[in-house]
Design a binder for this molecule. Structure first.
Ligand code: NVA
Length: 379
């Protein structure tokens, strides 16, 4: 009998799968916001992910239930039994996107277990290529490789190089932010986990610009940023100057004592509609006064009992196929009902086994091409 996966789809042998999209088109990079109709997307891979080595940037961002694995097995591969279901879900999600008519692209397989070093430090392995959202920003026809703060992610863009070269040959602009040194001076070794925003502390200093792409979200000419344990003020300023006067980069006030990545906290979903995490956003800039503010119900799923690299708020990490259709965690019924009541068409799909590796629908995708141009959505 045919075996079905948790999403009710025929289960492939994901170990054997080498995804070749059927609908490959001429690649052109063009994406200005999170909602224009999606034409081409990169979906990451979670094969052979490596366990990052214990570091202050993990202490400041990861749920405590995950610490033991980083401490005891940092530098090894994640055990196959942890990865298998996550792989199955991710491959299924790539197929669902393709069935929706989207051209799905994948990074190449690279060996995450290879150690590497710079003149200043050594790493035993790379993390993964599962979350292209963390490593790249797309603004119009430009794709930017960002300067990520985790040492185990230093070569994360390697798996995407064939795609980057292909996009470049097809006319895209390809930029890399200044490669950071990630020396000891970048890290706050006196970091103590803050109990409240009153004693907020960050794991990184202002030694050099660093940022993860996932600390930014795009609404045409307006770009929203959060300072976090992987994105410093110099990083936000680098992007602001790089984008220049055509864009406005706004730093948001976030109530999160362990911030890493904005997209379970704040997401502009479509023109005039913004989703906020009520635990983390207490005040929005005045420019949102005429926008509908969508406050999701508290998560009902719980992935934090065992190993998890993120909080249950990962369910707020959705992904827009267009202005109406949104991928939402299938097992988070109240959130699906909320999206319906806000005028969206939720597409249920479950990524709970994948989520424990730190990302959701938005994280595992990079929307390379959406149909639409650069606009301003604020008066
Ligand atoms: N670090 C966030 C998830 C970001 C996608 C969280 O754990 O809620």
């Amino acid at each position: 009998m045919e075996r079905l996966d948790d999403n009710g789809l025929p289960a492939d042998n994901v170990d054997e799968l080498d995804y070749v999209p059927a609908t490959r088109q001429t690649p052109v990079v063009n994406s200005h916001n999170e909602w224009d109709p999606l034409e081409e997307v990169i979906v990451g891979r979670i094969d052979d992910a490596g366990i990052p080595e214990w570091h202050v940037t993990l202490e400041s961002t990861m749920p405590e239930s995950a610490w033991e694995l980083f401490r005891s097995r940092g530098g090894e591969r994640f055990p196959e039994d942890m990865l298998h279901k996550a792989k199955e879900e991710l491959e299924g999600f790539a197929r669902v996107l393709e069935q929706a008519g989207v051209c799905v692209r994948r990074p190449e397989k690279v060996d995450m277990a290879l150690p590497f070093s710079t003149p200043h430090w050594k790493a035993k392995c790379s993390l993964y290529s599962a979350m292209p959202r963390d490593a790249f920003l797309v603004f119009g026809d430009e794709i930017i490789e960002v300067p990520m703060a985790w040492r185990n992610r230093y070569y994360e863009t390697s798996a995407f190089r064939p795609l980057l070269k292909e996009y470049f040959r097809a006319g895209a602009r390809w930029t890399a932010a200044p490669k950071p040194e990630l020396r000891d001076e970048l890290y706050n070794h006196a970091f103590r986990s803050p109990e409240s925003m009153a004693d907020m502390d960050y794991a990184i200093t202002e030694f050099e610009p660093v940022f993860d792409a996932a600390d930014f979200s795009r609404a045409g000419r307006d770009v929203f940023a959060q300072r976090s344990n992987v994105t410093n003020l110099m990083g936000i300023e680098w992007l602001r100057r790089h984008l220049g006067p055509q864009y406005r980069v706004h730093e948001l006030e976030i109530d999160d004592t362990h911030p890493m990545h904005i997209d379970a906290t704040f997401t502009p979903m479509s023109p005039g509609k913004v989703l906020i995490n009520p635990d983390r956003i207490k005040k929005l800039p005045k420019m949102f006064d005429n926008w509908q503010v969508l406050v999701p119900p508290k998560p009902t799923i719980d992935i934090t009992g065992g190993f998890s690299m993120c909080s249950n708020w990962i369910v707020a990490n959705t992904f827009m196929l267009d202005e109406k259709r949104v991928f939402v965690e299938a097992k988070e019924e109240p959130l699906m009902r909320a999206f319906e009541s806000w005028g969206f068409e939720p597409i249920p799909y479950s990524l709970l086994n994948f989520n424990v590796f730190g990302g959701g629908f938005h994280c595992c995708t990079l929307d390379v091409r959406r149909r639409g141009g650069l606009e301003s959505y604020f008066e």
